[in-house]
Design a protein around this ligand. Structure first.
Ligand code: ATP
Ligand code: MG
Ligand code: MG
Ligand code: MG
Length: 479
């Protein structure tokens, strides 16, 4: 099955179980002080779980654009080095708002993976919450019971609070979860070490694919748990990981989700993907980052100096530098990948296609601007390396790279790591504070990337840059 089919089959399957198929929410979160980017499928349904709003359908399913580069979920450092964490990824999900609960969620997940996707039953493991005495939480025997009816007990594993108990925040809905993991190793490897010993151990070929969350409690401010009046299901499955399993690959990057972009990057660099580890990492990072950058810009977040805008700029600069150092890209190159990505996702996320020229233009400008200082910054880094006694780059120096050459801290840390150094990040933050104090008023002005003169309510729905221009709404981008 190609990835388009897999996505379609997922939605079709849940449609056949009376779910309403809804569009992905924008990847950029508006009007939520707790979250900059959508990091899970459930984000857009938060108000249903909190009881603030009533859904028109109590069963929905979708594929959600997610970004995990800040806050509770930050996978940035893994991306490209491993083969199954991305910055931007699609999370397939099905939800029950006070309707079905554990039985159906478990049985349908299993039916979809085995019957529809044809994944090998004996390579999959289910985890259930083992309970937590300190918190007076009982083990999830109910979920275990439903799994027992489907798979041998040897493939049902206990999971601790960290992996198998989900909480929205310090207070609010929460409950146990049950995850499905798959072992993609060769027969020989499986004989040596059973897959069950590797679940949740960061083995690149024994990966978590689906998380089924059962919301049944409400945590109150005093820390106690009350049963929720209604029970909900919230599931999330990594689409690219599912594609890897279904297509018999051992890396998300080997699926047809990533290969077209990977081949374009390799062709431009005049290299073959799969021959040199450093080159491959650079290609993977770029193929990942271009998605994050393109989809967030298309959803209304421009790169900028602060907050969400700076997150995007950091990702972009990271990609530019990987290209520059390992693929010899001395001219803007990310911008040229936007069209291909837009074509690839035309049917699923048409918003990128609709704004492809604008997105490409923004990315080009960012690339041109960073390429102006990148080479000088890298030369400066070589001098710093030679002059640094010991293996720690001090805060002042990291700040100089930031301030003069536009190196975000995570980029300096990454380059430092590649060279066997580390950065005194605390001291860097202290330097940042000193600078903020110095130019307090300027810093205050640049807290947001949008200067908006339209009402909050209007601003909450981003309809595209052209729409903004057409309606002559004054939302400007500030460098
Ligand atoms: P992991 O333990 O692999 O980091 P997780 O437990 O943090 O995953 P969940 O929050 O349970 O992930 O998200 C639901 C599903 O989304 C996961 O089972 C996985 O398939 C997928 N997923 C999570 N993070 C990523 C990522 N960074 N890139 C791609 N897919 C992801
Ligand atoms: Mg994670
Ligand atoms: Mg996990
Ligand atoms: Mg999980």
């Amino acid at each position: 099955m190609d990835s388009k089919d897999i996505r379609a089959q997922f939605l079709e399957f849940f449609k056949s179980k009376s779910h309403k198929i809804v569009p992905s929410a924008p990847i950029v979160v508006q009007n939520d002080p707790t979250l900059m980017f959508t990091n899970a499928g459930m984000n857009q349904f938060k108000d249903y779980f909190l009881g603030n709003k009533t859904p028109d359908s109590n069963r929905v399913a979708d594929t959600q654009k997610c970004l995990r580069v800040s806050g509770k979920h930050n996978d940035l450092e893994e991306v490209g080095l491993d083969t199954y964490h991305h910055t931007m990824f699609e999370m397939l999900g099905n939800w029950s708002f006070g309707d079905y609960f554990k039985k159906e969620a478990i049985e349908w997940a299993w039916e979809f993976l085995t019957d529809v996707c044809g994944l090998p039953e004996d390579r999959m493991y289910a985890t259930v919450f083992e309970g937590d005495e300190k918190e007076h939480l009982e083990a999830d025997e109910e979920a275990r019971g439903y799994w027992k009816a489907l798979i041998p007990e040897s493939r049902i594993l206990n999971g601790n609070k960290k992996d198998n108990f989900w909480e929205m925040g310090d207070t609010g809905p929460c409950g146990p979860c049950s995850e499905i993991h798959i072992d993609l190793r060769s027969e020989d490897e499986v004989k040596k070490v059973p897959g069950r010993d590797l679940v949740n151990n960061d083995h690149p070929l024994v990966v978590e694919i689906w998380n089924l969350v059962f919301m049944q409690f409400n945590r109150l401010a005093d820390g106690s748990l009350k049963n929720l009046p209604q029970q909900h299901v919230d599931t999330g499955m990594g689409f690219e990981r599912l594609a890897m399993a279904v297509q018999g690959k051992q890396s998300n990057y080997d699926t047809d989700v990533f290969q077209p972009i990977i081949q374009s990057i390799a062709k431009r660099a005049g290299v073959t993907y799969g021959e040199d580890q450093k080159v491959d990492i650079a290609i993977r990072v770029i193929s990942d980052h271009i998605r994050a950058i393109s989809f967030t810009i298309a959803d209304g977040q421009l790169p900028g100096n602060a907050k969400a805008g700076y997150v995007i700029r950091r990702i972009l600069r990271r990609a530019v530098r990987y290209g520059y150092t390992f693929l010899n890209f001395k001219e803007p190159f990310l911008t040229d990948l936007v069209g291909q990505l837009a074509d690839q996702f035309k049917d699923t996320f048409p918003e990128l296609d609709a704004q492809r020229a604008f997105v490409a233009k923004v990315i080009r400008e960012e690339e041109v601007s960073f390429l102006r200082t990148l080479e000088k910054g890298l030369k400066r880094f070589e001098i710093i390396k030679a002059e640094t006694k010991g293996k720690v780059i001090d805060g002042k120096t990291a700040f100089e790279l930031y301030d003069t050459y536009g190196f975000p801290l995570d980029l300096t840390s990454l380059i430092a790591r590649e060279n066997g150094f580390s950065v005194d990040e605390k001291a860097f933050q202290a330097e940042m504070l000193i600078q903020k104090e110095r130019s307090k008023s300027a810093a205050e002005q640049s807290t947001g990337d949008w200067i908006s003169v339209i009402s909050e309510a209007e601003a909450s729905v981003f309809l595209g840059y052209e729409h903004l221009e057409a309606e002559s709404r004054i939302t400007r981008y500030r460098e």
